[in-house]
Design a protein around this ligand. Structure first.
Ligand code: NI
Length: 164
C-alpha cells in the first residue's frame, strides 16, 4: 500500500467528471487500499478517487473514530433523499476551510463494494453528508460551489497563497 498525493483546490483536475468502473480488477482494489491508507493518514472521513487524480467512480469513507466502518463505494448512486440539514463541511482538497452547507438529511445509496458486490444502505447524519460530498467530487463538484462567489474567491485566494 502507498499513500497518494491529494490535489488541492483550485486544481482544474478536481473538476473532471469520473468514469464508471466496469471491471473491478487488481488495479482497482489496489487503488481502494491506497485511498483508505491516504484517507486515514490525512486524517479524513472520506476520499474520492478524483482527489488523487484518478478519474474513476471510486470513493472510500469511514466516519467512525476507531476505523470500524470502512466503506468502499464503487459506482455509487444516491437513490433517494429526504429532508435538509445544514452543517459544517471540510475537504482534504481544501485544507483548513470549514463552511456550512445544506445537504439532504437522509439518503439511500447503492454502490459496489471492494469485491464487486452490490449493496444498498440508508444513511443519515455525518455518513449521509459524507456520501453526498464524495459523490459530488466524482462529478467534479466541490462543497465551495454551494457558497457565495465572494466566499469562494476568498477561499481560492487563501489556497493559492499556500501553494509553493
Ligand atoms: Ni472533499
Amino acid at each position: 500500500m502507498a499513500t497518494l498525493d491529494i490535489l488541492i483546490y483550485p486544481d482544474d483536475r478536481l473538476r473532471k467528471v469520473a468514469r464508471p468502473v466496469d471491471d473491478i480488477n487488481a488495479e482497482v482494489t489496489a487503488l481502494v487500499d491506497d485511498m483508505f491508507e491516504t484517507m486515514y493518514e490525512a486524517p479524513g472521513i472520506g476520499l474520492a478517487a478524483t482527489q488523487v487524480n484518478v478519474h474513476q467512480r471510486v470513493v472510500v469513507i469511514d466516519v467512525t473514530e476507531d476505523k470500524s466502518d470502512p466503506l468502499t463505494l464503487i459506482n455509487p448512486e444516491i437513490l433517494s433523499t429526504e429532508g435538509e440539514a445544514q452543517g459544517d463541511e471540510g475537504c482534504l482538497s481544501i485544507p483548513g476551510i470549514y463552511e456550512s452547507v445544506a445537504r439532504a438529511e437522509k439518503i439511500t445509496f447503492r454502490a459496489l463494494d471492494r469485491s464487486g458486490q452490490p449493496y444498498e444502505r440508508d444513511a443519515d447524519g455525518l455518513l449521509a453528508v459524507c456520501v453526498q460530498h464524495e459523490v459530488d467530487h466524482l462529478d467534479g463538484k466541490m462543497f465551495v460551489d454551494y457558497l457565495s462567489a465572494l466566499k469562494r474567491r476568498r477561499i481560492k485566494k487563501k489556497m493559492l497563497k499556500h501553494e509553493k
